[in-house]
Design a binder for this molecule. Structure first.
Ligand code: GUN
Length: 299
């Protein structure tokens, strides 16, 4: 039997509608949530991400500012820009697009962002708060995955969850979020012995390793919910010479026959990241002004 396809486009659109409704409510209180995005250098992929973020911010009715700095910018100048944004009361969220040029220390720059404005959830204080069950800004992609899982499964408590991948941006915060929902959580990674056996225990699988189509049908317990965070570009000779296509970390064609529900790639988790960035910005604005936060859009 074929799995339910979890449509991230429509779920992401619903999240964005809820954000926009909350923004409209905040405006009646005289508050307009604002997101500042800083891009250093000319990386083409980063330029596309930043442009898309800018469009989404405007569509949600929020203020958006984009600061483009040349690749040769000194770390001190970038830190000065971050400090200026930290001190600007109209700015509720700050995102410094990663990766930064090689001469900069990503960790130092991220930790210079005021934690309450760190809408990426990368600041060490937010990481620590998430790990200790305190209200935090949470990394957008895992937050989106959690909201999707809650929407599909309801109460997650007691479920076996296996997160494949241990990155700071997805794997580790995803595991913390699932633990916060009282799941039994395992993190599998490149050194895990008999990874198929480990993943077969899971009611919930989150794949975030960056290895095209690694997760196979015989790794999946029948009926499990499978969330594919991978975005991998692979050659697609069937589309013509030199053409490529995007696939996830899960072998969708085979896993869809075993899982109970699955996110496709593209159109699964992808649209949730920007939706959660908007949600985090609204949450940050509410916290800054002591106003009620949108329900169910933060942890
Ligand atoms: N580069 C790619 N994705 C992201 C993201 O979610 N946040 C930041 N800051 N940089 C990124």
């Amino acid at each position: 039997m074929s799995a339910i396809i979890l449509n991230g486009k429509s779920f992401g659109a619903r999240l964005r509608e809820r954000v926009a409704e909350h923004v409209a409510g905040l405006k009646t209180e005289g508050v307009v949530p604002g997101l500042a995005v800083v891009l250093v250098g000319e990386d083409p992929a980063s330029q596309i991400y930043v442009r898309n973020k800018g469009i989404a911010v405007k569509e949600a009715g929020m203020n958006g500012w984009e600061y483009r700095m040349p690749a040769e910018t000194s770390e001190a100048d970038l830190l000065a820009k971050v400090e200026e944004l930290n001190n600007d009361p109209a700015v509720h969220g700050i995102l410094v697009q990663l990766p930064l040029p090689k001469h900069m220390d990503d960790t130092k720059v991220i930790n210079a962002i005021a934690p309450e404005k760190d809408v990426d959830g990368f600041h060490i204080l937010n990481v620590g708060k998430l790990a200790t069950g305190q209200k935090a800004m949470v990394s957008c992609t895992p937050l989106g995955c959690l909201l999707l899982l809650r929407d599909h499964l309801g109460d997650l408590s007691g479920k076996e969850a296996v997160v494949i991948g241990r990155s700071n941006i997805v794997g580790k915060p995803m595991a913390q979020l699932l633990l916060g929902e009282s799941c039994t959580v395992t993190i599998a990674h490149s050194r895990t012995k008999d990874i198929a056996e480990v993943v077969r225990r899971a009611d919930i699988v989150v794949a975030a390793v960056g290895r095209p189509m690694m997760v196979q049908a015989d790794w999946i317990k029948p009926g499990a919910t499978v969330i594919d965070v991978g975005i991998n570009r692979i050659p697609a000779p069937e589309k013509g010479e030199g053409k490529t296509r995007v696939v996830g970390d899960v072998d969708f064609e085979s896993v869809v026959e075993v899982a109970g529900a699955i996110t496709p790639v593209p159109g699964g988790v992808g649209p949730l990241t920007i939706a959660c960035l908007l949600a985090n910005t609204v949450t940050a604005a509410c916290r800054a002004h002591g106003l009620p936060e949108p329900e169910g859009l933060a942890v």
